[in-house]
Design a protein. Structure first.
Length: 139
């Protein structure tokens, strides 16, 4: 991706009482959290991309998706500049197992990497690095 590319993403936040499910990732060894999801493919709507991403990464079905916000994010990650437009959804999943586990593994099949999917208390999001930075206020 060149510095001129803007990447559209569909990301979702499942909820259980007082908590949200986020991916835990690392930049220079430091953890940060962000909603689960990924790139919208050409010709795909954001809600279609959201459902596909949750299926690919977690093997679960999104049964409800409510658009919370559209956000713009310019950032540097791993020494590279990035620019993204996020369609942020609150989602409900068909399967019960993600709600029953505190932490489990997600997969990024396009790059052959895994990540940790973890439940974080909404009232603790201001105490960790989370993107979008004002996620708690959007919930």
């Amino acid at each position: 991706m060149s510095w001129r590319d803007i990447r559209p993403l569909a990301v979702g936040v499942p909820r259980r009482p007082g908590e949200v499910l986020l991916s835990r990732l690392y930049d220079d060894g430091e953890p940060f959290y962000r909603p689960i999801g990924g790139a919208i493919e050409f010709g795909e709507s954001s809600d279609e991309a959201l459902a596909r991403e949750f299926d690919e990464e977690l093997g679960v079905e999104v049964v409800e998706a409510e658009l919370l916000e559209t956000l713009e994010n310019s950032f540097t990650f791993d020494g590279q500049r990035g620019h993204e437009i996020w369609f942020l959804y609150e989602v409900a999943l068909a399967e019960s197992w993600p709600y029953e586990r505190d932490e489990f593994e997600g997969e990024e099949p396009e790059i052959g990497e895994t990540y940790e999917a973890v439940w974080k208390p909404v009232d603790a999001l201001d105490d960790v690095t989370v993107y979008p930075e004002h996620l708690a206020a959007l919930l």
